[in-house]
Write a protein that binds this ligand. Sequence first.
Ligand code: NAD
Length: 332
Amino acid sequence: MRIVVTGGAGFIGSHFVRSLLAGAYPPLAGAEVVVLDRFTYAGCRANLAQVADDPALTVVTGDVCDAALVSEVLSGADLVVHCAAESHVDRSIADGGEFVRTNVLGTQTLLEAAARVGVGRFLQVSTDEVYGSVEHGSWHEDQPLHPNSPYAASKASADLLALAFHRTHGLAVCVTRCSNNYGPYQFPEKALPLFVTNLLDGRKVPLYGDGGNVRDWLHVDDHCRGLALVAEAGRAGAVYHIGGGTELANRELVARLLELLGRDGTMVERVPDRKGHDRRYSLAFDRISEELGYAPRTGFESGLAETVKWYAEHRDWWLPLRQRLAREASPA
Ligand code: NAD
């Protein structure tokens, strides 16, 4: 079996690749794995260091918008797990161009090639953000899309393209939409690793608005197990939610981090709210539970404590990334 993981040097893609090569997904065991990654600021070779010498892994540096390269890489692939994306909402608010290019054009380029070369199955890895904000209850998979940020709009567009390729070309597409992931190797511009690494460095945590925005938290390991389940037995043309079942307001998340790191409320700095900030996301994930036997396994308390410990012990991983971000924010 040949599996192509786009964005396999990012946070979620690299977790999927490390787990797959470690044998965590028995139906996919023994596969030849190809990572296709452009190594943007968010792609890190260090994320794949543990498996770099595995003969089953090939890493191709390249762009998902490069049609010739994509055709070559996808030839003979049984499964594509499409994680490559511009993924940071704040960057999409500052400038959405790269989001449309990678997330929409890149996905279309992959889908065209997948349909042409006859890829067995295509997983479009997406997000709860495509639905916009929900005040009460939880979204089901048939909820109309109402994305509010350029990032979410680009992901919604890519999801629709993927489903259209199923309908039009018969490509075996599954779309997965998940909650906010957390875990090791998450780029330190994202909220949770930003908060943790700030606190580890003795800096304040920037909290948007009143801190009341609610997110559902999902350990990256549970997300990737959900992806493997959908890869193995998901219905072609179906959308599956992968949720974590732990909803928290951002200020509650920060309170837990302060407690874990022995800090107090003086380490929190209120900052003006993000433009168009969705108030709450919430996914119903009974479809994947009932059809594929998915349930999150990592309890939030232990998962969060282990994640904080991982960042505390892996300063060598995140410090250079933070320094690069700082240089980017104020070039000399
Ligand atoms: P990430 O930003 O950590 O990684 C993205 C990866 O894609 C990087 O390795 C980057 O180099 C690569 N990439 C970017 N542009 C590319 C291009 N044009 N060609 C090839 N590679 C390119 O993102 P992540 O957090 O791992 O997210 C992975 C996927 O999961 C994304 O599609 C994202 O929308 C989705 N998602 C993430 C979350 C989350 O909480 N992190 C939640 C829901 C959905």
